[in-house]
Design a protein around this ligand. Structure first.
Ligand SMILES: C[S@@+](CC[C@H](N)C(=O)[O-])C[C@H]1O[C@@H](n2cnc3c(N)ncnc32)[C@H](O)[C@@H]1O
Length: 365
């Protein structure tokens, strides 16, 4: 018990307490008759301590680890999802705090709502206000998505945001967890339900198709969300990006030369192959046109100066996720290279391209 306490970084008293209340019981005995932990007990202890660290009370932890439908892998996925949610929340709080610091420095009054907003900030509640300035329907990408919807009459758009890719002429229901994003949906757009992908409030096969555009990488548990989409619809269409084939990150000068931190974000994300398998999808490339109308992260591959604009970056979650230090360094580096002509020297060949494959993929199942 002493050795396990040392390994786990808890006191022997804590282990005794867990034993007494039946939370983690050492189920073996050493030859000398001391109680000992088997591999399964250690696994359970790890789950208990991880849920405790996430702030769950002992009774809630007991319910979680005793859940008969969850094996060790399911717990790992659940813990991972909870941690990612927490990290996104921390990122969103940092972004909200940075905005308030900047506002105070400029002497702009900060309302009580804005001050309290920092506490409950979720990523899109924090950055979503900047979204409509540059994020809108790109007709060529929309055409590819809408073609993949086939003859579907009823569509659920998961993580629908402001509704940029909701198809006309079909019965659409949007799902969007961020109040800020819901509030910015244009008048007359499809009805929108406040919910998250991981728990869709719909019956099995309620829709002909479930679609999700540029959102899966924000979900706490992407696999659970994809399974939910599969459950509620007979067809699934997802616009995401390739995490398996890193070649495009080297082709995209922004991630290659200025923002290597992007690779760390990708490392946290489930593989394209894994996602495709989860929903039984094929993947097709989605080229980004040189004059892309939707200000997504890859949009300005032929117009580098756009990345120097703060309002452009604010509508791209990548910058919040890499943090202000990396953002500042990347923007300064790009600014210098644009001024010195180094960017043009390195990327002159892009001027001849009308569209680029920068890793965007449409999963169609
Ligand atoms: C980049 S925006 C994309 C919005 C829209 N699909 C579009 O293409 O314009 C990502 C959206 O995913 C939403 N989102 C974040 N977590 C989510 C979750 N767990 N379930 C569903 N949507 C989520 C965000 O609130 C945000 O509106």
């Amino acid at each position: 018990m002493g050795r396990v306490a040392e390994l786990a970084g808890v006191s022997v008293r804590t282990l005794h307490h867990y034993d007494r209340i039946g939370l983690v019981r050492p189920s073996a005995r050493t030859p000398a008759g001391y109680r000992a932990y088997r591999a399964g007990d250690m696994e359970r202890l790890r789950e208990v301590l991880a849920y405790r660290r996430l702030g769950f009370g002992l009774r809630e932890v007991a319910e979680l680890v005793d859940d008969p439908s969850a094996d060790a892998l399911a717990h790992l996925h659940r813990l991972r999802g909870l941690l990612r949610e927490r990290r996104d929340l921390a990122d969103a709080m940092v972004a909200a705090i940075d905005r308030e610091i900047a506002a105070r420095a400029e002497g702009v009054p900060v309302t009580p709502e804005e001050q309290l907003g920092v506490l409950g900030a979720r990523l899109y509640d924090a950055i979503g206000g900047a979204y409509p300035a540059t994020r809108r329907t790109e007709p060529r990408i929309a055409a590819q998505i809408w073609e993949a919807l086939g003859d579907a009459r009823t569509v659920v758009n998961v993580g629908g945001g402001t509704g940029s890719y909701e198809p006309p002429g079909r019965e659409v229901t949007a799902v969007e967890p961020s109040a800020v994003m819901r509030a910015q949906r244009p008048a007359g757009s499809a009805p929108c339900v406040a919910a998250a992908a991981e728990r869709l409030p719909f019956a099995d096969h309620a829709f002909d198709v479930a679609m999700a555009v540029s959102t899966v990488h924000h979900w706490g548990d992407p696999m659970a969300g994809l399974r939910e989409m599969r459950r509620v619809a007979r067809r699934v269409v997802v616009l995401t990006f390739d995490t398996d084939e890193p070649g495009w990150q080297d082709r995209f000068w922004l991630t290659r030369d200025y923002l290597p931190e992007f690779a760390d974000l990708l490392a946290d994300f489930p593989s394209l192959g894994g996602m495709a398998e989860a929903i039984g999808a094929r993947a097709e490339p989605v080229p980004v046109p040189w004059d892309c109308a939707d200000g997504l992260f890859e949009a300005y591959w032929r117009s580098p100066g756009a990345y120097l604009e703060e309002h452009v970056r604010m509508a791209m979650s990548v910058w919040t996720k890499v943090g202000p230090e990396a953002e500042r360094r990347a923007v300064h580096g790009l600014e210098d290279d644009l001024r010195s002509g180094r960017w043009a020297e390195r990327n002159g060949d892009l001027a001849a391209l009308d569209a680029a494959d920068l890793g965007l993929r449409l999963l169609v199942a």
